[in-house]
Design a protein around this ligand. Structure first.
Ligand code: AMP
Length: 190
């Protein structure tokens, strides 16, 4: 089973590249941000709980995220592999994911990290704000907070996978297809 963690700061292009990867390799997409936005739209209890964290650009508590991902994995029996997008975002989530997948004997094969400079991230998110309708894309203060949260809470997750020998770094600047080609090179060598 091809299980991949697509990693990177907000605005790095994880969503865009995920779409291309899952089409080419027939994977099931698990984007925790998308799942939370769906819950928000449907006004579920989980959506209401997540909203206050999301709107400020803070992380939803680990146990809530982990429970939601576990349910999604369990309901995807037909999956040939998973692409995790925006998850895990803390070392606690990464350890919980390993534990979940170990029970099923389907470990993570690789983390692919998209590396993009901060100024470029801000530009991309502000541009996306014009069409995304996302509250957390709209102002610079929220964007700065998301980047700070990424640096402080999420970046250590890269080391977690580095220690397992699963870390692959890709420079996320260039054309969408050019970056996708570099991702495919990594995947094809796994
Ligand atoms: P994203 O679409 O990945 O940028 O996520 C949007 C927001 O959803 C984040 O700023 C968090 O508030 C929340 N979120 C998404 N994924 C996670 C996660 N793995 N852990 C905690 N919060 C998350």
């Amino acid at each position: 089973m091809l299980n991949i963690v697509l990693f990177g700061p907000p605005g790095a292009g994880k969503g865009t590249q995920s779409e291309k990867i899952l089409k080419k390799y027939h994977l099931t997409h698990i984007s925790t941000g998308d799942l939370f936005r769906l819950h928000k739209q449907e006004n579920t209890e989980l959506g209401q709980l997540a909203q206050k964290y999301m709107d400020e650009g803070n992380l939803v508590p680990d146990e809530v995220v982990i429970r939601m991902v576990e349910a999604k994995i369990n309901s995807s029996q037909e999956a040939k592999g998973f692409i995790f997008d925006g998850f895990p975002r803390t070392v606690g989530q990464a350890a919980a994911l390993d534990e979940m997948l170990a029970k099923k004997n389907i470990p993570i094969k690789a983390m692919i990290a998209l590396d993009v400079e901060e100024e470029e991230l801000k530009k991309r998110i502000l541009n996306r704000a014009k069409t995304s309708g996302r509250v957390d894309d709209q102002d610079e203060e929220k964007i700065n907070n998301r980047i700070r949260v990424y640096r402080e809470e999420t970046l250590p997750v890269a080391d977690y996978y580095r220690q397992q020998g699963k870390f692959h770094d890709i420079h996320g600047i260039g054309t969408i297809d050019g970056i996708f080609d570099k991702i495919c090179e990594v995947i094809d060598q796994l």
